[in-house]
Design a protein. Sequence first.
Length: 287
Amino acid sequence: MNTTERTIDDYSAIETANKYKKTKSDALENINQNWLQTSLQQIEKDGYVIISNVLSPAEIDIISSAVAPHLTHTGRNFFEGTLTQRIYSVMDKTFACNGLVEHPMILALLDKLMYPDYLLSQLQIINLLPGETQQAIHHDDSQYAIPRPRRHLGAATIWALDDFTKENGATVIIPGSHKWGDKRPTEDDLAKQISCEMPRGSVVFFVGTLWHGGGANNSDKPRLAATAQYCEGFCRSQENFSLSISQQKVAQCSEDMKRLLGYSIYGPFMGMVDGKHPKRLLEQYKK
């Protein structure tokens, strides 16, 4: 092709990095395809899927013990929950939840539902204390000011580190609400919400357009969860990981996690640092 005939589409297809080529997860190669297709069908229909008993009791105990010392503050407003303890910048405090963020079953779903080079948007620990009221119903990608109905721009997981029951504040969702246009839930809609009841070690996965919220904890015990949210590579993440997690710590993470944290390139140039691949910043920490 003559250089004068080249278009922006040709440029968009260019692999600009010389040293650090694009990487992707291998989750799709190692996942049960029947499970994957069934899960994708449910997500298309209802906006969510519950995956039961993913983590072992030992894995849950390790995570719970690692985050417990950091559960010191409750929320600052009604949305965070004044009786809800939250941990932000989780990876700056512990890597115990990394396996949740990059779990193969979750990456396989994301690989099918999102464009390549999607990002981690935020990671939180959420502990609902007894007496907490139901969180305001919302959808996670509402911050992207693009009218609905539309394709989701993100997805989320909520991992049950305690049993999730209706009584203790299991996440509530409105099935099918991911297909809504620009409407707010009516009283009739709210009457159709369901609780994502699931045993400890399970996870609910849903797309960013699904209306949901934390349930009310009417029990006498706290309800612990971890949530990881993801966004398309062309969207801004909720947490600014380039500032909240040091490069030295990122260098210790897996290739999947580095990519999810933004040490990657979307398209030919989005995410560059001084015209170069951001992983070059991690070279100084190589052993």
